[in-house]
Design a protein around this ligand. Structure first.
Ligand code: ZN
Length: 197
């Protein structure tokens, strides 16, 4: 089921997410399936639970649309589809990389964000399997962006100074409900704030 995506200004996007209990429950599996459907329906490459109104620790990533044999022959994104439940990034390292990001909750806004190239993350999938893995490059960036959502952080928070001023009018348009998206969205007044799945 495709869920509506909550927009910038929604309280749930500023919450600290809570852990999901008993992660192998069918309700959790269904929720994760809905996250994938919603992400793909909106042509996103990552989607976190807060973006559909749940302040719980889960996000999904499907980096495969980024792969292109000619334009972007990056093997690390080629088959990268992962579910992250109760994740914890335990290490950030490597070079600091500046790269442009966007967010399904902030349509029409893109900005450069500096992030470390490498992370180490511990997490579970929807089958209850535990992982402790290191990622770098594009995949590490997507994971950091989605993980930030669980902490109530948005990529626009990293934009400072004059560049932030330039973003303000676009962000205000979203706050006023004037922004269009080609997927189902909920304005901040209608966004739910749920703390369990
Ligand atoms: Zn986002």
């Amino acid at each position: 089921m495709i869920l509506p995506i909550v927009l910038y200004g929604s309280k749930v996007l500023r919450e600290k997410s809570v852990e999901i209990q008993n992660i192998t429950r069918p309700e959790v599996k269904k929720f994760i399936r809905n996250l994938y459907e919603t992400m793909r329906g909106a042509q996103g490459i990552g989607l976190s639970a807060p973006q559909v109104g749940y302040a719980v620790k889960a996000f999904v990533v499907d980096a495969t649309p980024l792969y292109d044999e000619e334009e972007n022959p990056d093997e690390s994104v080629k088959d990268f589809v992962r579910t992250f439940i109760n994740p914890e990034i335990v290490e950030y390292k490597g070079e600091k990389i500046n790269y442009e990001e966007g967010c399904l909750s902030i349509p029409g806004v893109r900005a450069n964000v500096v992030r470390p190239d490498i992370i180490r993350i511990k997490y579970y999938d929807e089958e209850g399997n535990f992982y402790d893995e290191e990622y770098d490059g594009m995949v590490a960036r997507i994971i950091q962006h989605e993980y930030d959502h669980l902490l109530g952080i948005l990529f626009t928070d990293y934009v400072k100074g004059l560049k932030k001023q330039l973003l303000k009018s676009k962000l205000n348009r979203i706050l006023k409900g004037k922004t269009q998206a080609n997927y189902k969205v909920l304005p901040k007044e209608k966004a739910p704030l749920l703390r369990s799945v």
